[in-house]
Design a protein around this ligand. Structure first.
Ligand code: CMC
Length: 436
């Protein structure tokens, strides 16, 4: 019997099947069977065949991917083979975007050219401003972002030609370049401030901070630490393999629409509190705890099952999320500049006690990326409504890398899962006068 196979015995029929097992880069991490091979397993001749049932797709590999590797047991995250810690210290967001999209680090000439293209696509059509003005004065900036990025589809009809690599490339420049502009405009609309146009002399993060916060001064002075912090936050959020919004990007993209509407769909998935909104919940929790001395009492209530400790635990990480470690150190540095923050002291105390506590050890609950990101964003002056928007800007690079990978993968098809039907059998229509 071949070694790399799985033998299944169907006890309904006594029949035996051998299914081949496939492997990725690491044979002991992510081996899989092709679930279509289960279809041959039938209880009788008329049987459709066995499906696999997996709500939440928590044990389903929907693609092969060479972009991001996460080993949740050991707390490892790598983009294209490079450790996130190394990229966060040595690289910048645009270089990381290039890496995600092209699969390798750029040469100096390639990087210069890439940055030139992104910087020269940051302006949005003036009609976009008029479009934004249609939103109510208190519209949520994420709602505005999702709608306006979808609206870009109508400005660039050529984008529907997704089979042309040159056309695809142009839309990638546009999307990575325009997301910060749309995001800053969405914020300024929601607070009634005039829009600040992109400044091509600034870095990716610096330009975004300028568009967000410049008011009447002739030149907005960027603090280098805050600019670098945002750059690192963007690197950490750029991709995270097949999460909810990335899966949405692949889902939407699998029917071959233009990338603007697919990014809008992905951003809509990110808007939910279970994905892009958890750091807001962390801030609320820390404000509710109020002071360090109330931490033990709060944790008691978590352990009693009253509520969950927000910013702790992860579907994949059963160890310290490496992004949380980086953010913890950065928060301490940023608060040196922006001023002490009691929420950070409470967070440190929560982490200290939780990591020594039997409940958290037993359940393998560690701080995740959201535990410190909200404190950081707040310290930098971002309102909580902007938190999911701040996530969507860098994740656009990841979504586009995954979209490109999907388009180039000959095994991929339109995504169309099956279901286990549990509804009524055939029924006869009843005239309304005869219904009880
Ligand atoms: N506080 C207390 N107990 C927890 C927590 C928590 N934060 N998270 C999980 N548990 C317990 C849970 O009660 C369960 O215990 P038991 O087995 O005794 O019933 C056990 O751990 C497993 O929980 P689960 O819900 O089956 O685990 P999951 O992998 O489905 O959940 C999670 C992952 C992130 C939804 C969850 O840990 C959670 O709700 N955390 C708080 C919210 C949060 O911080 N979300 C941000 C996640 S990172 C965002 C991203 O990467 O996009």
């Amino acid at each position: 019997m071949p070694e790399d196979t799985l033998t299944i015995i169907d006890n309904r029929t006594g029949k035996q099947y051998q299914l081949p097992i496939m492997y990725g880069t690491y044979p002991n991490y992510g081996s899989a069977i092709h679930t279509i091979d289960l279809r041959q397993i039938k209880a009788s001749d008329g049987d459709f065949g066995l499906l696999s049932y997996d709500p939440g797709l928590s044990n389903t590999a929907s693609c092969k991917s060479a972009i991001t590797f996460v080993d949740g047991e050991r707390g490892i995250l790598r983009y294209r083979g490079y450790l996130i810690q190394e990229l966060a210290t040595k690289s910048n967001f645009l270089e990381v975007s290039y890496l995600l999209l092209h699969g390798r680090l750029p040469t100096q000439t390639e990087l210069d050219e890439w940055i030139w293209h992104i910087t020269h696509h940051t302006i949005v059509h003036e009609n976009i401003k008029k479009f934004m003005e249609g939103f109510r004065y208190d519209a949520h900036p994420m709602g505005i972002l999702v709608s306006t990025v979808a609206a870009l589809s109508t400005f660039y009809p050529e984008a529907r030609n997704i089979t042309d690599p040159e056309v695809r490339k142009r839309q990638i420049y546009r999307l990575i370049a325009k997301m910060p502009t749309l995001a800053a405009f969405a914020y300024r609309h929601s607070v009634g401030l005039p829009y600040t146009y992109p400044d091509n002399d600034l870095s990716y993060a610096g330009n975004f901070l300028n568009m967000m916060f410049k008011t009447v001064e002739s030149k907005y002075i960027l603090h280098p630490l805050l600019e670098r912090t945002l750059e690192v936050l963007f690197i950490l959020h750029a991709d995270h393999e097949q999460n909810c919004s990335t899966t949405t990007m692949r889902n939407a993209g699998s029917s071959h629409p233009d990338p603007y509407v697919s990014v809008a769909a992905a951003a809509a998935s990110l808007f939910g509190p279970l994905h892009g909104g958890a750091n807001e919940q962390v801030l609320r929790m820390l404000s509710e705890i109020k002071s360090k001395d109330r931490v033990p009492e709060y944790l008691k209530r978590v352990k009693a099952g009253e509520f969950r400790l927000m910013g702790f635990g992860h579907r994949i990480y059963k160890n310290y999320d490496p992004r949380a470690n980086i953010l913890k150190d950065m928060t301490a540095q940023v608060l040196e500049v922006t001023g002490k923050n009691v929420l950070f002291d409470i967070a440190l105390e929560l982490e200290r006690i939780a990591l020594e506590d039997e409940y958290f050890i037993k359940h393998k609950l560690y701080p995740n990326v959201d535990f410190y990101s909200g404190i950081l964003y707040k310290a930098m002056g971002f309102p909580v409504e902007m938190f999911p928007v701040l996530f969507a800007i860098p994740r656009t690079a990841g979504w586009l890398a995954q979209w490109l990978e999907m388009l180039g993968d000959t095994e991929q098809k339109i995504i169309r899962p099956r279901q286990v039907y549990v509804g009524a059998d055939t029924r006869n229509y009843i005239e309304i006068k005869n219904r009880k």
